[in-house]
Design a protein around this ligand. Sequence first.
Ligand code: NI
Length: 174
Amino acid sequence: MAVLKVRRYGDPILRRRARDIEAVTPEIRRLVDDMIDTMYDEVGIGLAAPQVGTSLRLMVVGDEEGRGAQALVNPAISEQGGTVTAEEGCLSLPGIFADVTRAQWVRLEAQDLEGRPVAITARGLRARVFQHEIDHLDGVLFIDRLDPVTRDRIKRRIKKEGFAEDVGHRAFAL
Ligand code: NI
């Protein structure tokens, strides 16, 4: 088990569409262990494989108390409803936070590490984490979902100041 380096905004892997996983190999199991270590080290509650440099459709999510962690293989949202706006951050954009509007609830379908189908209906923070991480698998970052004025302001700030570590805020990063 190891803590991996989290790729930051500007790294082209974050903009690529990740590939489906055809079989869970020992390498993928090792990657999951490392992703869980990395997520907890970064005080994140979700992490997608492209964020640690592997372009595969794989994500790990923590529970809201930060104890358990679950790996989801080839996740997809099959149903969603409502809209809700809340502040969001991303481990790949440290120190950047903005209000993002997303579906209020989602039904996520995926496989577990044994290849068994998993379906989870989630609302609240967990629904937000699922949507944020699936975006990562499609090469989408949360700043892409902001209005153009806010997005440009954030991009200019990153260009000028780089990333600041905003420790007090990190628990919200995905
Ligand atoms: Ni993120």
